[in-house]
Design a protein around this ligand. Structure first.
Ligand code: MN
Length: 128
Protein backbone atom coordinates (compact mmCIF):
# COMPACT_ATOMS: atom_id res chain seq x y z
CA UNK A 1 0.00 0.00 0.00
CA UNK A 2 1.31 3.44 -0.90
CA UNK A 3 2.27 5.72 1.93
CA UNK A 4 -0.57 8.05 2.77
CA UNK A 5 0.04 11.76 2.53
CA UNK A 6 -1.02 14.48 4.95
CA UNK A 7 -1.04 18.08 3.77
CA UNK A 8 -0.58 20.75 6.44
CA UNK A 9 -1.41 24.36 5.53
CA UNK A 10 -0.18 26.58 8.36
CA UNK A 11 1.62 29.92 8.34
CA UNK A 12 2.80 29.84 11.95
CA UNK A 13 6.26 28.31 12.15
CA UNK A 14 5.85 27.10 15.73
CA UNK A 15 2.63 25.28 14.88
CA UNK A 16 4.19 23.82 11.74
CA UNK A 17 7.14 22.57 13.79
CA UNK A 18 4.75 20.89 16.19
CA UNK A 19 2.83 19.25 13.35
CA UNK A 20 6.12 18.06 11.87
CA UNK A 21 7.20 16.58 15.20
CA UNK A 22 3.87 14.85 15.69
CA UNK A 23 3.61 13.50 12.16
CA UNK A 24 7.11 12.07 12.45
CA UNK A 25 5.55 9.69 14.97
CA UNK A 26 3.13 8.51 12.30
CA UNK A 27 3.85 6.32 9.29
CA UNK A 28 2.51 9.01 6.96
CA UNK A 29 4.23 11.45 4.63
CA UNK A 30 3.76 15.16 5.35
CA UNK A 31 3.70 17.92 2.76
CA UNK A 32 3.60 21.56 3.83
CA UNK A 33 2.34 24.92 2.65
CA UNK A 34 2.46 28.27 4.44
CA UNK A 35 -0.37 29.85 2.46
CA UNK A 36 -3.67 28.72 0.96
CA UNK A 37 -2.76 29.23 -2.68
CA UNK A 38 0.32 27.02 -2.39
CA UNK A 39 -1.71 24.56 -0.35
CA UNK A 40 -4.36 24.26 -3.05
CA UNK A 41 -1.68 23.72 -5.70
CA UNK A 42 -0.16 20.99 -3.52
CA UNK A 43 -3.56 19.41 -2.90
CA UNK A 44 -4.14 19.10 -6.65
CA UNK A 45 -0.63 17.77 -7.27
CA UNK A 46 -0.34 15.40 -4.31
CA UNK A 47 -3.97 14.31 -3.84
CA UNK A 48 -3.37 14.01 -0.08
CA UNK A 49 -5.37 11.63 2.10
CA UNK A 50 -5.93 14.23 4.82
CA UNK A 51 -5.55 18.02 5.13
CA UNK A 52 -4.89 20.05 8.26
CA UNK A 53 -5.98 23.61 7.48
CA UNK A 54 -5.14 26.71 9.50
CA UNK A 55 -7.93 29.30 9.43
CA UNK A 56 -5.96 32.54 9.57
CA UNK A 57 -3.56 32.58 6.66
CA UNK A 58 -1.96 35.41 4.68
CA UNK A 59 -4.13 36.21 1.67
CA UNK A 60 -6.83 33.59 1.19
CA UNK A 61 -8.01 32.20 4.54
CA UNK A 62 -8.67 28.60 5.52
CA UNK A 63 -12.46 28.94 5.16
CA UNK A 64 -12.15 29.97 1.52
CA UNK A 65 -9.49 27.36 0.77
CA UNK A 66 -11.71 24.67 2.29
CA UNK A 67 -14.71 25.90 0.31
CA UNK A 68 -12.64 25.54 -2.86
CA UNK A 69 -11.49 22.03 -1.89
CA UNK A 70 -15.05 20.96 -1.10
CA UNK A 71 -16.39 22.28 -4.41
CA UNK A 72 -13.67 20.56 -6.47
CA UNK A 73 -14.72 17.15 -7.81
CA UNK A 74 -11.17 15.83 -7.54
CA UNK A 75 -10.57 17.06 -3.99
CA UNK A 76 -13.90 17.15 -2.21
CA UNK A 77 -13.61 13.69 -0.63
CA UNK A 78 -10.37 14.54 1.12
CA UNK A 79 -11.08 15.12 4.83
CA UNK A 80 -10.17 18.66 5.93
CA UNK A 81 -9.45 19.30 9.59
CA UNK A 82 -9.54 22.94 10.66
CA UNK A 83 -6.84 24.16 13.00
CA UNK A 84 -8.49 26.95 14.88
CA UNK A 85 -7.96 29.28 17.79
CA UNK A 86 -11.63 29.09 18.70
CA UNK A 87 -13.98 26.24 19.47
CA UNK A 88 -16.62 26.83 16.75
CA UNK A 89 -19.17 26.94 19.58
CA UNK A 90 -17.85 23.53 20.54
CA UNK A 91 -20.10 22.26 17.78
CA UNK A 92 -18.96 19.66 15.29
CA UNK A 93 -22.01 20.45 13.18
CA UNK A 94 -20.82 24.05 12.81
CA UNK A 95 -17.51 22.81 11.47
CA UNK A 96 -19.30 20.50 9.03
CA UNK A 97 -21.60 23.25 7.80
CA UNK A 98 -18.58 25.40 7.04
CA UNK A 99 -17.14 22.48 5.10
CA UNK A 100 -14.65 21.01 7.55
CA UNK A 101 -14.78 17.35 8.46
CA UNK A 102 -13.47 18.09 11.94
CA UNK A 103 -11.45 20.65 13.84
CA UNK A 104 -8.76 20.88 16.49
CA UNK A 105 -8.34 23.85 18.76
CA UNK A 106 -5.05 25.67 19.39
CA UNK A 107 -2.90 25.27 21.37
CA UNK A 108 -2.74 21.77 19.92
CA UNK A 109 -2.47 18.71 22.07
CA UNK A 110 -0.37 15.99 20.51
CA UNK A 111 -2.92 13.37 21.53
CA UNK A 112 -5.70 15.32 19.76
CA UNK A 113 -3.71 15.47 16.51
CA UNK A 114 -2.90 11.75 16.64
CA UNK A 115 -6.52 10.93 17.41
CA UNK A 116 -7.60 12.82 14.31
CA UNK A 117 -5.09 10.96 12.16
CA UNK A 118 -6.16 7.65 13.70
CA UNK A 119 -9.78 8.50 13.05
CA UNK A 120 -9.39 9.43 9.41
CA UNK A 121 -6.43 7.31 8.26
CA UNK A 122 -6.14 4.46 10.70
CA UNK A 123 -3.57 3.79 13.37
CA UNK A 124 -0.94 6.54 13.48
CA UNK A 125 1.21 4.54 15.87
CA UNK A 126 1.48 1.04 14.40
CA UNK A 127 4.08 0.01 16.96
CA UNK A 128 1.78 0.78 19.87
MN1 MN B 1 -2.30 31.29 10.89
Amino acid sequence: MATKTILVIEDNEMNMKLMRAVLQLSPYRMVEAVDAETGLDLARKEQPDLVFMDIQLPGMDGFEATRIIKSDQELKNIPVIAMTGFAMDGDKETARKIGFDAYIVKPFKVAAILEMIDGFLGNSRPDK
